[in-house]
Design a protein around this ligand. Structure first.
Ligand code: CO
Length: 134
């Protein structure tokens, strides 16, 4: 079951430039910077009253974010909803006919389990599901 919006993912070419914009110019609170090797990205998380803005910079040319930047340039990449249990939700949504990119959950940022739904099934919006369960 979807509980809330956890974060909005935004693809950037440079995390340093992104941090300058979001922290120094827009005045958002920088929560954490980390590398998610599994997804070949470096991530900066900002906190806006419990909802996060996640800036994503590719760490390699075969990163999904590198491919996204190549195709459409920097911009909104995905929306992430928090669910009780990522694997349960992936199963439930697939049973309802939604195509999932991940058949089961995998490690994401901030030690959370994540899974992605395919934008072809979700009105062209890439949807990430996460939960704090490890
Ligand atoms: Co995300």
């Amino acid at each position: 079951m979807i509980q809330k919006i956890d974060h909005i993912g935004i693809a950037v070419r440079s995390l340093d430039e992104g941090i300058k914009l979001y922290r120094d110019t827009l005045g958002m609170k920088l929560h954490a910077v980390e590398e998610v090797t599994e997804q070949k990205v470096r991530v900066a998380m900002f906190d806006v009253a419990g909802v996060h803005i996640e800036l994503l910079e590719p760490t390699s040319e075969d990163s999904p974010i590198a491919k996204f930047l190549e195709k459409q340039g920097p911009g909104m990449h995905h929306i992430c909803y928090e669910v009780d249990d990522v694997d349960e939700s992936l199963n439930e949504f697939q049973e309802k006919g939604i195509r999932a990119i991940d058949k089961s959950s995998r490690p994401g940022a901030a030690g959370k389990r994540v899974g992605f739904l395919h934008p072809k099934s979700t009105a062209s919006v890439l949807i990430e599901l996460n939960s704090s369960e490890k």
